[in-house]
Design a protein. Structure first.
Length: 334
């Protein structure tokens, strides 16, 4: 009965995480269209979330000494890289298209394992990649010479590559030599801090037009103050989204949580359709479905693939289930 309750709670949390993450692009695009630089929006998001999670960083401060490379890689690629590329992409292409291309990341992991690491992948994984590639071709309308801004598509693909790097790094979050795995909340907190520092160097927030935050943004028929969108992006689509995601994975297996997380693309596409009037054609809808089917399939193989890519055993750093001790107590949460 307890397992059944945990599973239902885990599915609810995973869905809440996907809903929260899916609202980031829709809230960010009005700010970008208002005149705010996309990198400044990303910096406000990451720096604000890092500030909120400082207590968690202090609680897990030993990670700085124990796993500096993991924290640096997670912060620069999985946090700063993914968000910077994605926000820059949606400044040029529809939110749904940008996120669907980003979800090509799990398929890229399998390509990394097969062609860079020269390790075999399962037939199921190969089918997932085939679906994702076919869907991606439909989303960008390759038969029409790319139906969207070429630079925007390239930036979205950069986000997918950074997401791939996250999965490759994931194996390095496996249990360390002393039998302790890095706590996911600590990794997320420090990842946001590292990401904020990296983005500070790139975005130069001292040039940010702070007066824009006092103006009203256009979000469909609504005109909320711009600063409220930043608050939403920081607290809901970043802090709560990450926390719900971690809590979900603790109650579900990483593959199941990852599959539910793919609903983020559906949420973002629907919200962009309703609030931003970014309508997708039939080709994009069919292609998006194929990308998500491919992502679902590839996601099931992603934890094993990331472990193979790193030469270690274990699941993604933010996606492990509690491992029991011999005495029945939990060894670690990841």
């Amino acid at each position: 009965m307890q397992q059944s309750f945990d599973r239902r709670a885990g599915l609810g949390l995973a869905l809440a995480s996907a809903l929260a993450f899916g609202g980031s692009g829709v809230a960010a695009k009005p700010l970008i269209e208002q005149g705010m630089d996309s990198l400044h929006v990303v910096w406000l998001r990451i720096a604000g979330a890092a500030l909120v999670l400082l207590p968690l960083a202090w609680r897990h401060r030993a990670l700085v000494r124990e796993r500096p490379a993991l924290l640096a890689g997670f912060g620069i690629l999985a946090v700063a890289g993914v968000q910077a590329f994605y926000f820059a992409a949606i400044a040029r292409i529809p939110v749904g298209v940008g996120l669907l291309i980003e979800f090509f990341g799990p398929a890229l992991v399998l390509g990394w394992v097969r062609f860079v690491q020269r390790r075999p992948v399962t037939r199921q994984a190969a089918v997932g990649v085939l679906f994702a590639v076919t869907g991606l071709a439909c989303v960008v309308e390759v038969w029409a010479g790319l139906g969207f801004d070429a630079l925007g598509l390239l930036l979205a693909f950069g986000a997918a590559c950074c997401q791939c790097a996250y999965f490759v790094l994931a194996g390095h979050g496996a249990d360390s030599a002393d039998g302790r795995a890095p706590h996911p909340l600590g990794v997320i907190a420090y990842g946001l801090i590292v990401g904020a520092v990296a983005l500070t160097l790139v975005s130069r927030p001292w040039n940010l037009e702070w007066s824009l935050l006092g103006e009203r943004a256009e979000l469909g028929d609504m005109h909320p103050p711009a600063w409220t969108l930043i608050v939403w992006i920081v607290l809901v689509t970043t802090v709560l989204a990450y926390l719900f995601g971690v809590l979900a994975v603790r109650r579900l297996s990483p593959p199941v949580a990852g599959v539910v997380a793919c609903l983020e693309a559906v949420v973002a596409t629907v919200l962009a359709w309703v609030l931003l009037a970014e309508h997708l054609g039939a080709a994009q809808i069919v292609g998006g479905a194929l990308v998500l089917i491919g992502a679902f399939t590839a996601q099931l193989a992603a934890p094993a693939a990331s472990a193979a890519a790193s030469g270690e055993r274990g699941a993604p750093v933010t996606g492990n289930v509690p491992q029991p001790r011999d005495d029945g107590k939990e060894l670690s949460h990841q």
